[in-house]
Design a protein around this ligand. Structure first.
Ligand code: G4P
Length: 529
């Protein structure tokens, strides 16, 4: 790193997202982190988000509550001398490709696991996405105030199911009603838990030294002795923390606590700001961009409808990769080849959004988008290059679109084209017929698309089931082979919204058999924007 103001500002940034299964405690831990960052006075402010989490098909209501979700999309707060940017990944039913793509804009992730439930489905999926970029993962095992599973067993499960080594950093002292605190394995400090401090910054009652007589006095001799034996066992049986292995995404430091009781979170945050990587370099089609490069660059990873339904304004979220953003600066919108002056970018300080005067690598800024910005777009100060690695993910849910008024076909096609460019859904047009098939990662995406087609393009449509279970993008260097494949497999081939050839498989077994039958064809689960 160079010694410039830019390099120093970049070095301060820690940009991350939380990966977890619904109900593991993501919202609760977010509140507690904001509390420690003094970004909110009392935990509970993020909670309003919970009200709309069951509103699967109630898109109107969600639209009205958009203000909340826009402001919680990015939360910036200071902690331990660093500036932390937490990018929200929508949980629950509103799970979508946004969640996946947000992970392309972070430098590390925090995995929150419900200690009683262990590794759950959504976490496995999100972890697969992190693997694509070897994102470093820090783990928080939550709900120690409940009777969870044996902590060693939970760590074993993380290791085997998620294929990552675990290095316990703190170790829980009891659990459930007998939860007394955590022992920090590297600082040799016992932190004692006091109930009822969930909504404020808790006192740090600490005892230096596991073998101190104060530990016996605080825990009672039996529990103290048990803890010492357990710690010895854990030290012998688990991996030691290794910063390089963590940064390579091979080993995860593990912290224990209770988000609700606001305990163990401080130790985790301390570890996070110390070990998590600062803004990393990003690949483009021309060169690799490092954070300390003075030339401003960034890419758009998410587009979100704005609060005001009366105009079509949307916010494009841009991750700053290098250089400094300053109010009124001119940027090149590379894809359309235009220079634009940006006077009103937004920043997201906790629950408040305000105009930002400057932003540094690792920061996220919100650009007003009147329909010209797409997901994956690169912004520079004149350089003609594009960031790579912001992928489309193969959808897992498919529906056929049927128009209520057949004369609206043109409007429907235009709407779907634009919504797919924006990343709200994916469209597939089979080669052999005139169907229009939508693909999504989460079911709410379908409701959003239907609603927006009606509001913004005046098209009424309904969905029907379709016999597609999964999709893969098809590539082959051998043109003759590809032609032959197109002829023989045409019943299962489609063109997607970006013009790419896609195999839409009726079943996973069918996909597997087709892959075996056509070894020269590559079937890709992601494609670049
Ligand atoms: P999510 O965003 O990952 O979906 O989880 P969220 O924080 O909303 O937490 C899910 C439920 O788990 C909430 O209960 C929350 O209070 C509870 N929870 C979170 N952390 C802990 C913890 O450390 N210990 C215990 N015992 N519970 C925890 P809820 O009943 O769904 O909501 P609420 O009525 O408590 O708000």
């Amino acid at each position: 790193m160079k010694d410039t103001q830019l390099a120093r500002e970049a070095e301060l940034r820690r940009t991350f997202a939380i990966i977890s299964h619904p109900d593991a405690g993501k919202t609760t831990i977010t509140e507690k982190m904001l509390l420690f960052g003094n970004a909110i006075q009392l935990a509970g402010s993020v909670k309003s988000k919970r009200n709309d989490r069951h509103a699967t098909s109630d898109w109107m209501k969600m639209e009205q509550e958009r203000g909340i979700s826009v402001t919680t999309s990015v939360m910036q707060f200071p902690y331990g001398g660093r500036i932390v940017n937490l990018l929200d990944t929508p949980g629950h039913e509103d799970f979508s490709e946004d969640t996946y793509r947000t992970l392309t804009a972070v430098d590390s992730a925090l995995m929150v696991i419900d200690g009683a439930k262990g590794v759950e489905a959504r976490t496995i999926k999100l972890m697969e996405v992190c693997r694509l970029r070897t994102t470093p993962i820090l783990t928080f095992i939550n709900k120690m105030d409940r009777d969870i599973r044996d902590p060693i067993e939970v760590m074993d499960e993380v290791e085997t199911v998620l294929n990552i080594q675990c290095a316990p950093m703190t170790w829980p002292i009891g659990m459930g009603r007998h939860f007394r605190g955590v022992y920090h394995l590297y600082n040799d400090v016992v932190h004692l838990y006091t109930q009822g401090q969930g909504s404020r910054i808790p006192d740090d009652k600490r005892i230096e030294g596991l073998h101190s007589s104060e530990v016996d006095a605080a825990l009672g001799e039996d529990q103290a002795e048990e803890l010492r034996m357990e710690v010895e066992l854990v030290r012998g049986a688990s991996h030691e923390f290794d910063l390089d292995a963590y940064r390579r995404g091979e080993l995860s430091p593990v912290y224990f606590g209770t988000a609700m009781g606001n305990f163990g979170v401080r130790e985790m945050l301390d570890g996070f700001v110390e070990y998590a990587p600062p803004p990393q370099s990003h690949k483009t089609d021309k060169r690799e961009v490092t954070a300390d490069d003075e030339r401003f660059t960034g890419f758009v990873f998410k587009i979100q409808a704005n609060m005001d339904p009366n105009h079509r304004d949307r916010i494009a979220f841009l991750r700053v990769c290098s250089g400094k953003y300053e109010k009124n600066m001119k940027m090149r919108h590379v894809r359309i080849g235009k220079d634009v002056k940006i006077a009103d970018a937004l920043t997201f300080m906790a629950s408040d959004r305000s105009q930002v005067e400057e932003a540094w690598p690792g920061d996220i800024i919100g650009l007003h988008n009147h329909g010209t910005i797409q997901i994956g777009d690169t912004f520079t100060v004149g350089e003609d290059m594009r960031f790579t690695g912001i992928p489309h993910f193969a959808p897992e849910l498919f529906k056929r679109v049927r128009l209520k008024d057949p004369l609206k076909m043109k409007a429907l096609q235009k709407g779907l084209q634009q919504l797919s460019e924006e990343g709200a859904t994916q469209v597939f047009m089979p080669i052999d017929n005139n169907d229009l098939i939508l693909g999504a990662v989460g079911t709410l995406q379908f409701d959003v698309v239907a609603h927006r087609l009606k509001e913004e393009y005046k098209v009424d449509c309904v969905y029907e089931g379709v016999n597609v279970q999964t999709a893969r993008w098809v590539y082959c260097e051998d043109a003759k082979k590809l032609e032959e494949f197109k002829r023989k497999a045409s019943a299962n081939l489609a063109i997607d919204g970006g013009g790419y050839l896609t195999y839409i498989a009726p079943t996973r077994v069918n996909l597997q058999m087709t892959q075996e039958r056509w070894p020269d064809i590559r079937f890709q689960p992601t494609r670049e924007h």
